[in-house]
Design a protein around this ligand. Structure first.
Ligand SMILES: Cc1cc2nc3c(=O)[nH]c(=O)nc-3n(C[C@H](O)[C@H](O)[C@H](O)COP(=O)(O)O)c2cc1C
Length: 191
């Protein structure tokens, strides 16, 4: 990793506007290697991953995604769209804790991306059936989540929460992400 882990965690923000510069396949594989080595309940490793980096497929997936729920009048434009996606697949939905495996793998992916200055956004708001068709995913394999990826074309910063959890854009189009303060969420030795 080019940055140390703690700095990478602090600097990562969800990015939804991207430069139209491709990510190397090796870098995408490196993200999945990090996902592969995440903790796994019972070490059952139920996940599989699809890298999508073909322009046509990326364009089709872009159309199925719901972006930034707190900015209802805003969407990335076509020339700001992700240049790659990683689709996380869950082969066993009978075990509810497999979602945790997927969450841990997702975090490894977005942190590996951030360590290489690649922006990312974990997505759950997308049309599952459409992506299932586009990528020819068998019906018995569940799409857990989609991670949008690309070189960053926007700035996002976190700030102490005031009265709302809703992220917002200032006049320079910088995204501000309110986070709860450490002293408001931490308990030491008792609640
Ligand atoms: C489980 C999960 C689902 C999410 N789904 C979406 C989504 O569908 N669309 C979107 O634009 N952002 C999505 N996000 C990104 C969140 O909006 C973002 O993480 C949150 O606003 C905090 O910003 P930060 O990631 O920069 O800290 C999702 C994040 C998580 C963890």
């Amino acid at each position: 990793m080019t940055k140390n882990t703690y700095k990478t965690i602090l600097s990562r923000r969800s990015i939804r506007r991207f430069q139209q510069k491709p990510i190397k396949l090796d870098q995408l594989k490196k993200m999945i290697n990090a996902a592969r080595l995440a903790p796994s309940a019972g070490n059952l490793q139920p996940l599989q991953f699809i890298i999508v980096n073909e322009k046509k497929l990326c364009e089709q997936i872009f159309e199925t995604i719901g972006w930034a729920g707190y900015l209802p009048d805003w969407n990335p434009t076509k020339d700001e769209q992700p240049t790659a996606y990683i689709i996380i697949l869950n082969r066993d939905t009978s075990k509810p804790w497999n979602i945790r495996d997927a969450s841990l793998s997702s975090e490894n992916i977005v942190l590996t991306a951030e360590s290489e200055n690649i922006g990312s956004c974990i997505l759950l708001n997308f049309k599952k059936d459409k992506i299932q068709d586009i990528l020819k995913i068998p019906k018995d394999v569940e799409i857990d989540s989609v991670i949008a990826l690309g070189y960053k074309a926007e700035k996002s910063i976190n700030e102490d929460i005031k009265d709302s959890v809703k992220y917002w854009k200032d006049e320079k189009q910088v995204l501000h992400v309110p986070k709860r303060k450490l002293e408001d969420i931490i308990h030491i030795n008792k609640f």
